[in-house]
Design a protein around this ligand. Structure first.
Ligand SMILES: Nc1ncnc2c1ncn2[C@@H]1O[C@H](COP(=O)(O)OP(=O)(O)OP(=O)(O)O)[C@@H](O)[C@H]1O
Ligand SMILES: [Mg+2]
Length: 230
């Protein structure tokens, strides 16, 4: 049986000239289908680094990472995009929207990159933007939107693809309580109904009750894992 994500002794050491920064200390994790996992920890504790490795954006320095049974830690860098395309949607901490494209075009491009085109892709794009409360602003450029609205475009882009793994870096960081809650409930619903595996790095204690499991990081180390009581 293969899991969406499995790691063993996963580590990341950044080399800054002569200085080494250990951003992730040996981590053993098994993440299941249908599970919504929170990744908590102070600034600099390694959340983005760990999430980027799980998302096959960053190569680990050591240990193994398996995505649905595929051992990706030993693959060439050139093979990673194919793995990402098939399995992973990533919501970046800085949104990574294309500034010259409207909200609609940003989401549509995300679908194109996953291989979905035509009327279907357009309908799904519109539906997703309505879902995150941006129905009225579909044709705005990022610069004409607030931080929270941009964040919701990034969320819509990630969720519109059918990827079985959704990784989100501070997806509610710029959102007020109601909109943050809405985004998290959407993620929870996708996990439950479509058996997706969702990992959310966050500081946001207001959404802590949403998670099936919460992983706490301190100085790159997983210090505690809490499972919510059913
Ligand atoms: N490209 C890099 N080169 C060197 N060190 C880095 C690099 N990226 C991150 N680090 C270091 O690795 C550690 C973990 O950083 P990371 O961005 O993963 O933290 P984080 O928990 O996501 O923080 P935040 O909550 O502020 O987003 C920090 O000490 C950081 O300075
Ligand atoms: Mg971060």
């Amino acid at each position: 049986m293969s899991y969406p994500i499995e790691t063993q002794n996963l580590t990341k050491i950044y080399q800054e000239g002569k200085i080494e920064v250990t951003a992730v200390q040996p981590a053993d994790l098994t993440l299941q289908e249908g599970e919504v996992v929170g990744l908590f920890g102070p600034s600099g504790s390694g959340k983005t680094t760990l999430l980027s490795i799980l998302g096959c954006i960053l190569k680990p320095s050591g240990g193994t990472l398996k995505i649905y049974g595929h051992e990706v830690s030993s693959l060439d860098e050139g093979r990673l995009p194919a793995i990402r395309k098939e399995y992973i949607s990533f919501i970046f901490q800085g949104f990574n929207l294309f500034p010259a494209l409207t909200a609609f075009e940003n989401v549509l491009l995300g679908l194109r990159m996953k291989g979905m085109v035509g009327k279907n892709a357009e309908q799904r794009t519109a539906a997703m933007l309505v879902e995150v409360g941006l129905g009225e602003r579909m044709h705005f450029l990022p610069r004409d939107m607030s931080g929270g609205q941009r964040q919701r475009v990034a969320v819509a882009r990630a969720l519109s693809a059918d990827s079985p793994i959704i990784l989100a870096d501070e997806p509610t960081g710029n959102l007020d309580f109601a909109n943050g809650r809405k985004v998290m409930e959407l993620l929870k619903q996708l996990a439950a109904e479509q058996k997706r595996c969702v990992v959310v790095a966050t500081h946001d204690n207001r959404i802590e009750d949403i998670f099936d499991r919460t992983i706490y990081m301190e100085d790159g180390r997983i210090s505690r894992i809490k499972r919510s009581s059913p």
